[in-house]
Design a protein around this ligand. Structure first.
Ligand code: G6P
Length: 488
C-alpha cells in the first residue's frame, strides 16, 4: 500500500476549457513526462494534486467548487485536485516576473550581463508576490496533509515553488517533503547575481525539504556548490548530503523519461496516421530535418537555422532535396524577451529561405502553433532530429522522437541537455554555441550509412523504454521512505 501522496506544481495536470458556443467545461490533460508519471502514482495512491488555476475554465471550476477541490473522473482514473485561484496581479508577479522572468533566467544563464539584469524596486515588489503565492501553496498542502494523515509524502515541483518546502516545514515540522527541480541549475557564481535576499530565501526554502531531486548530476552539483556557501550549512559533496539546522537534506538524481507505451498508442491512432500521411505528401522527395520545441529562449532556434544554412552552403547537392521542419509552440508570450525571440526566429527562417530557396522549394518550414499531435506525426518521418538547446534541464523531445521514428533517423543532440547524459552515446553530440560543429553534425547525420543509423536508433529507443516514468516517481518515494527511517 503506497503512502498518502500530495503533489504540488504551478501548472496542474488538467486544464479546463469551455467547449465552443458556451458548451460544457472540458478537461484537457497535460502531455509532459511529469504529468504522466505523477498522475499514475496519484491515481494509484488516491492522492491529491495542488496547483494554480491558470485558465478561465480552471477559475470557473474553482468558483463552482468547495475551497477549490475538484474531483474529476476519466475512464478508470479519478483525479483529486485542489486548484488555487490567485488574484491576477499577484499571479503575474509570482509567475511571469519572478518564476519565468528571474529564476528561469538565472538557472539557464539567459542574461546578457553587459546590460541585464538590473534589479530595481519592482523586483522586490514582485518577490513579495512570489512569497505570498508560495505561502498559499504551503498552507493548502498543510490542510490537505492533515486530512490524509500523518505519513503523507509531499512531492513539490520546480522553481515556481522553491519556498514551499521551508514554509510547509514550519507549518508541519515532521512532514515528509521532496522537492524536484525540472530545470538546469546555475552554478554558484551566476546564481549569486540574484539579489541576496532572493538568493538566500530560495536556497533556505529548498533546504526545508528532506530530499532534493534533479534530472542530471551537473545540476545537483551546482546546487551543492551553492549550498556550501550558506552560513551554517555543512555540505558533504561526496555523499550528496547537506546538514543544516540539525536536519539532513539528501540530494538525488532521478532522470525523468516519457511513457513509451502510451506515446506509441497515440502514434497509432487514425488521426495521427492521417496527419503523418499529409506530412509525407508535403515532404515529397525531400529528406526531413525536424525540430520540435516550445518557443523558448533556451532552445537555440536561431543558431540552429544558421547551422542548417551553413550545411546547405557546404553541401549544395542537398539543395532541393532536404527540408527543415521547425514545429514551435508559442510560450510565455507575456514576457517581452519571448516576443522578441519569436520575431528573431521567424526573421532568421525568412532570411535563409530568401537566400537559398528556389521556385517550388524552400529550405525551412516554420510552424508556430501548439500542436502536440502534429509533432507525434512528424516524429515518425524525420531523417534527422535536431535538438540543440543552449542548456536544458532534461529535454523530452530527444526521447519522444527516437521512440516514434520509423526511418532510423539520427539524433543530433546538444551536450548541454540533461538528456545527453543518458542518450549521448547513441546521438551525434554538438556544442550549441558552435555553428560550425552543428553544420558538420548535420552533414554527418545526412550521410550516415543505414546500419550505423539502425544501431543508434535502436539503442536510443531501448534506453528510453528502459526508464518508464513510474521509475522516476518510485525513486523519489523510496528516498522519502529512507529519510523517514533515518529520523531520530
Ligand atoms: C518546461 C520546464 C519545466 C517547467 C515548465 C513550465 O517544461 O522544463 O521545468 O515547469 O516548462 O512551463 P509553463 O508553460 O507552465 O511556464
Amino acid at each position: 500500500m503506497s503512502p498518502p501522496l500530495i503533489v504540488a506544481s504551478n501548472r496542474g495536470p488538467l486544464t479546463f476549457e469551455r467547449a465552443p458556443r458556451g458548451g460544457k467545461l472540458l478537461a484537457r490533460r497535460g502531455s509532459g513526462g511529469l504529468v504522466t508519471a505523477l498522475s499514475s502514482a496519484l491515481i494509484e495512491a488516491e492522492g491529491m494534486w495542488v496547483a494554480a488555476a491558470m485558465s478561465e475554465g480552471d477559475r470557473e471550476k474553482v468558483a463552482a467548487s468547495t475551497s477549490g477541490r475538484i474531483d474529476h473522473v476519466e475512464g478508470d482514473a479519478r483525479y483529486h485536485l485542489r486548484y488555487l485561484d490567485i488574484p491576477p496581479d499577484l499571479f503575474d508577479g509570482f509567475y511571469n516576473r519572478i518564476s519565468n522572468g528571474v529564476l528561469w533566467f538565472a538557472h539557464h544563464y539567459l542574461w546578457d550581463t553587459v546590460t541585464s539584469p538590473s534589479f530595481g524596486p519592482d523586483v522586490e515588489e514582485s518577490w513579495d508576490a512570489y512569497v505570498d503565492v508560495n505561502q498559499r501553496f504551503a498552507k493548502a498542502l498543510a490542510e490537505e496533509g492533515e486530512k490524509l494523515g500523518g505519513d503523507t509524502a509531499f512531492l513539490v515541483q520546480d522553481y515556481h515553488l522553491s519556498l514551499v518546502p521551508r514554509m510547509l516545514r514550519d507549518l508541519v515540522p515532521d512532514a515528509l517533503i521532496a522537492h524536484f527541480s525540472h530545470t538546469s541549475i546555475a552554478g554558484p557564481t551566476y546564481f549569486r547575481m540574484l539579489p541576496a535576499r532572493i538568493h538566500d530565501q530560495v536556497m533556505r526554502g529548498l533546504l526545508g525539504a528532506d530530499v532534493l531531486g534533479f534530472h542530471a548530476p551537473a545540476w545537483a552539483e551546482n546546487f551543492l556548490l551553492s549550498a556550501r556557501q550558506l552560513p551554517g550549512a555543512r555540505v558533504d559533496l561526496a555523499r550528496s548530503r547537506i546538514v543544516t539546522e540539525g536536519r539532513e537534506v539528501t540530494v538525488r538524481i532521478h532522470p525523468i523519461s516519457v511513457d513509451g507505451r502510451a506515446m506509441r498508442e497515440v502514434a497509432a491512432t487514425p488521426r495521427v496516421r492521417s496527419l503523418r500521411h499529409a506530412l509525407n505528401r508535403w515532404r515529397d522527395n525531400n529528406r526531413l530535418i525536424l525540430r520540435v520545441d516550445r518557443l523558448e529562449l533556451t532552445k537555440n532556434v536561431v543558431r540552429g537555422f544558421q547551422a542548417y544554412e551553413l550545411f546547405l552552403r557546404r553541401n549544395p547537392s542537398w539543395l532541393g532535396r532536404v527540408r527543415f521542419l521547425a514545429l514551435l509552440s508559442p510560450s510565455r508570450m507575456e514576457l517581452p524577451e519571448y516576443r522578441e525571440y519569436t520575431e528573431a526566429c521567424l526573421g532568421e527562417a525568412r532570411r535563409v529561405n530568401d537566400a537559398l530557396g528556389r521556385e517550388g522549394w524552400s529550405p525551412i518550414e516554420l510552424r508556430l502553433k501548439d500542436d502536440y499531435i502534429g509533432a507525434i506525426a512528424a516524429y515518425g518521418l524525420y531523417a534527422v532530429l535536431f535538438v540543440n538547446p543552449v542548456i536544458d534541464g532534461m529535454n523530452l523531445v530527444a526521447m519522444e522522437g527516437p521512440l516514434l521514428n520509423r526511418r532510423r533517423g539520427v539524433l543530433v543532440l546538444s551536450r548541454k541537455a540533461g538528456a545527453y547524459g543518458r542518450l549521448g552515446r547513441y546521438a551525434l553530440p554538438v556544442n550549441p554555441f558552435d555553428v560550425d560543429e552543428m553544420a558538420d553534425a548535420l552533414e554527418q547525420a545526412m550521410a550516415m550509412p543505414v546500419d550505423e543509423r539502425t544501431r543508434r536508433s535502436r539503442g536510443l529507443s531501448r534506453l528510453v523504454l528502459a526508464n518508464p516514468p513510474a521509475r522516476w516517481v518510485g525513486g523519489q518515494l523510496e528516498d522519502l521512505e529512507r529519510a523517514k527511517r533515518r529520523r531520530p
